[in-house]
Ligand binder design. Sequence first.
Ligand code: AMP
Length: 280
Amino acid sequence: MRIVERLADLQLPRDKTIGFVPTMGAFHKGHLELMRTSRQENEVSVVSLFVNPTQFGPNEDYQRYPRQLDRDAEMARSVGVDILFAPSAEDMYPRRTTRVVVEEVTGPWEGAHRPGHFDGVATVVAKLFHLVNPTRAYFGWKDLQQCLTIRRMVSDLNFPIDLRLIDTYREEDGLAMSSRNAYLSAEHRKIAPSLYRFLVDLSRVARANAASFDDMRDAAVSELTTLGFSVEYLEWVNLSNLEPVRDPTIESAILVAARLGQTRLIDNVRFSGDIARHHQ
Ligand code: AMP
């Protein structure tokens, strides 16, 4: 595996299929799953490791985001990654005069709670796509709204890239793997899996008795609050426009964002429609 730290040194073959996994590092098994899939489906696999300053808000965790290049490089090597691209912020952003703004899908939920976040994501991913020129790119459904944002950008800007969206990899107790789980205290780590348990319960309610969803959702928010979560949103939404929906026969998902102490957790479950049949 080659580690490339400068944009100018990123030379990639033109005659091979390239799989690309953009990441912010602090790898866990979810990241490795994306890398393994890339490895299986392409001749060359490239992983970027870049804690992108432009997708963090002024009061977010950019400074303290876990950085562990040596350990990450070892993990990437172990699953057969060919190139680990870990540029510096100065090299990626000599200026910040151009931004990619994806509208509509970036408006509600994460977009409302993290102003500017998806502009940062879309801009860095567009830059990385141009630098790496991949055949296929891999993203996790864990960040569902990010998947929809990148999918829209790829379509609107005609990137000739096959997007592959990968299911959420979970701890045995159901907690979605995330680099930010490292922030959780031992106490909070025990409580954290209840977020997914409520999502699963609510998805059963949504399927069986959509009319009672609102009551059950409100009850879930108060129970989560009692457990110590501060819920930012918990909503059942249509996947095509992210508007609230109460119909289990259309492609939809239940999304949640909640804080537990200093840690902000997001998760979702998808169901019904083609996406659910193929991916869950
Ligand atoms: P990050 O390093 O957090 O930006 O994540 C890099 C990629 O890994 C993104 O496409 C994420 O959606 C994906 N990812 C993060 N957590 C998981 C997980 N638990 N399962 C699958 N993919 C994930």
